[in-house]
Design a binder for this molecule. Structure first.
Ligand code: PRP
Length: 385
């Protein structure tokens, strides 16, 4: 009995974190003395759909399969895909049967979140965009959310413990609760308390919408902190927002009129790519929560595509080990592995585990994944208007 409803890492690693039917399948196969060599593929769509998604979660998938007698190929994290396999596992079926549930979970959530993050990245390429959505998900998922947001090109994230795991410090300054603790009309006391107590390395970004008009609170923050004020954040609640772009422009105007155009303006609260496009030329940064963290998981499935060296698949799925390609024109293509791919096309899958040993290299490296995501987005024109 654990304190929280969190399945622990050991249950994932051991295969206990599985759907029961895999346990029963293993029992049946063991009882029948059957354990064929198979090829299994993880796929969202059989053929290209015209809609790219960003691949993430491979680091954990590789960790799950490492040390087991399998060979695994995958497209590297941070590559866009559209149809065909993202991962191929070869080995005896019982070696990985019980791992399917966790494997798909790792990939499905991470890829969805990375894709949503990339939507935001390309919507505001020059602004700082931070992931604020940890509060919307189960705490067991927060590190995966924040890491996937980084794979998708976001500049940072808010969750402290996720930062410990990822090896990067969380960002963030103050919630409305800070001002409210000091009381109506006492926002200056809140901003000064923050400035007095919080480490100098943390930017002084005052939240300026708690009790009164944004311009009024911004100018009061300027008076209260003077040159120590780095920026202001407007998180105006939806029912009070009116024309948010106009409000932000007015704030910028009034800052400029008083010689404080160096104060950065950040906005947050219910924002998505369309909002980022609308506001990107008037703000310095965005906090994006639910749009990224609440992305619907990619509908990955794991299917057997060959048994004992022969093509095999359930109906509706394509048999045979496959390769996926990026063509010179930037399209995604799927073909049988071992056949020649399209002319001038780059094959996307690479070995990540060989005989149980991890050989993934930078295919699971976070910084390399982000670089790939941005380069791939540019190459295929992802999110271009
Ligand atoms: O809206 P999302 O895009 O999902 O982003 C998360 C939001 O959560 C916080 O708002 P909240 O109103 O809870 O702020 P508070 O805690 O400062 O009141 C934060 O300031 C973001 O606006």
């Amino acid at each position: 009995m654990t304190e929280f409803d969190i399945v622990d890492a050991e249950a994932v690693r051991s295969g206990r974190a599985t759907d029961a039917y895999f346990d029963r399948t293993a029992t049946a196969l063991e009882g029948a003395g059957r354990n064929p060599r198979v090829v299994a593929e993880v796929t969202a769509d059989q053929f290209p759909t015209g809609e790219f998604e960003l691949f993430a979660g491979l680091k954990d998938a590789v960790a799950l399969l490492s040390g087991r007698d399998v060979d695994v190929h995958a497209i590297p994290e941070g590559r866009l895909f559209d149809g065909g396999p993202v991962m191929r596992i070869e080995g005896e079926y019982l070696t990985f049967a019980r791992l399917e549930t966790s494997l798909l979970g790792f990939l499905s959530h991470a890829s969805a979140i990375a894709t949503a993050a990339l939507d935001c990245r390309v919507a505001a390429p020059d602004a700082s965009v931070l992931s604020f959505g940890a509060r919307h998900v189960h705490p067991a998922m927060t590190a995966a959310v924040e890491r996937s947001a980084l794979v998708g090109g976001l500049d940072g994230f808010s969750h402290v413990a996720a930062g410990d795991l990822i090896g990067r410090e969380a960002s963030g300054t103050m919630p409305h609760a800070l001002s409210i603790c000091f009381g109506r009309g006492e926002q200056e006391a809140a901003w000064r308390a923050f400035d007095d107590a919080v480490d100098e390395s943390v930017p002084r970004i005052a939240l300026c919408d708690t009790y009164s008009d944004e311009v009024d609170e911004v100018l009061r923050a300027v008076d209260a902190l003077g040159d120590r004020l780095d920026g202001v954040r407007l998180d105006t609640t939806g029912s009070r927002r009116g024309d948010f772009r106009h409000i932000v422009r007015e704030v910028n105007w009034e800052l400029d009129a008083r010689g404080h155009s160096d104060v950065d303006v950040y906005v947050s609260g219910g924002l998505g790519p369309a909002d980022l496009r609308r506001l990107r030329d008037v703000v310095d940064g965005f906090g994006v929560g639910g749009y990224v963290s609440n992305a619907d998981p990619v509908d990955f499935a794991l299917d057997l595509v060959a048994v004992a060296g022969e093509p095999a698949a359930k109906r509706g799925k394509l048999s045979g080990a496959k390769a996926v390609y990026r063509t010179a024109a930037g399209d995604h293509a799927v073909g049988l592995a071992g056949r020649e791919g399209p002319a001038d096309a780059e094959s996307l899958m690479e070995p990540v585990i060989r005989d149980g040993e991890v050989v993934a290299g930078d295919a699971v490296d976070l910084e390399a994944a982000t670089e790939r995501a941005l380069a791939d987005a540019e190459r295929v024109g992802y999110g271009s208007e």
